[in-house]
Design a protein around this ligand. Sequence first.
Ligand code: DGY
Length: 318
Amino acid sequence: MPDKVLVTREIPAAGLRPLEGFDLTVLSEAPPEREELLEAAEGVAGVLSNVTEKIDAEFMDAAGEGLKVIANMAVGYDNIDVAAAKERGIAVTNTPGVLDETTADTAFMLLLAAARRLGESERTLRAGEWHWWGPKLFVGVDVWGKKLGIVGMGRIGQAVARRGKGFGMDIIYHNRSRKEDAENELDARYTDLEELLQTADFVSIHTPLTDETRHLIGAEELGKMKPTAVLVNTSRGPVVDEEALADALAEGRIFAAGLDVYEEEPKVHPKLLELENAVLAPHIGSGSRETRDGMAVLAAENVVAVLSGEKPKTPVDQ
Ligand code: DGY
């Protein structure tokens, strides 16, 4: 009897191919209801999950003792209770590497759009309210030659820094540890968070969500930023205190924000929705065809590896 594998959402076809020999259940395109998810978990040996599913002890117990691997189709895995998986001897994997450049593109897209007021100017044009070229019309702030502050200098942070370099930006970063390769390659300078917030023209966040990074950027930190600064977040919503951010934007204490992630997805703070200086994307950071194929294939290969008794390609630290 082939092992049972659960794929919690519809994924690109490329990701299903490696799983062809298994007894496969693929749920729908939309995130499953909790009951449906728990029911589908029963008796599975492998799970290919997404960031929308809470994979906790209850889920693992619903699956039973045969569950060997949880492969998240994402680089972030804060939706998974890794400690509970460890206790039960279940491997957890993610998809690092394959989405760095695409997510960095999204961060830079938001950075440019927020700096140059693309969202509000496009809304005006579509509403038929664009009447003339204007010396003061939708004047934003320059990106080229400015100071880019990267919070979290992992693979994605470094990919954003490379883009910044291409725009002639001066790169500073804050990270748990020094990244000497990035310092050499990108001429990036390490600073503490305070100096980064006080001096950067653009602050782009690339930290995972952990107990330490929850609300890393709150009212106090926003208060340290320049009034002309732009904040970009493509990591996880709860790293930023959304209420504090909305207030800072509304009061002009920072210039603009570009966000791809939110504290309570898919809910977006109502104050943010009202703000012209917030560019808001619906968590599409890794959303290119090529990258989603790559993520799906890597997640599937991790399932196959563990169920074949081999080491997964990209295990998370447990
Ligand atoms: C991730 O990979 O963690 C993203 O949030 C989903 O692509």
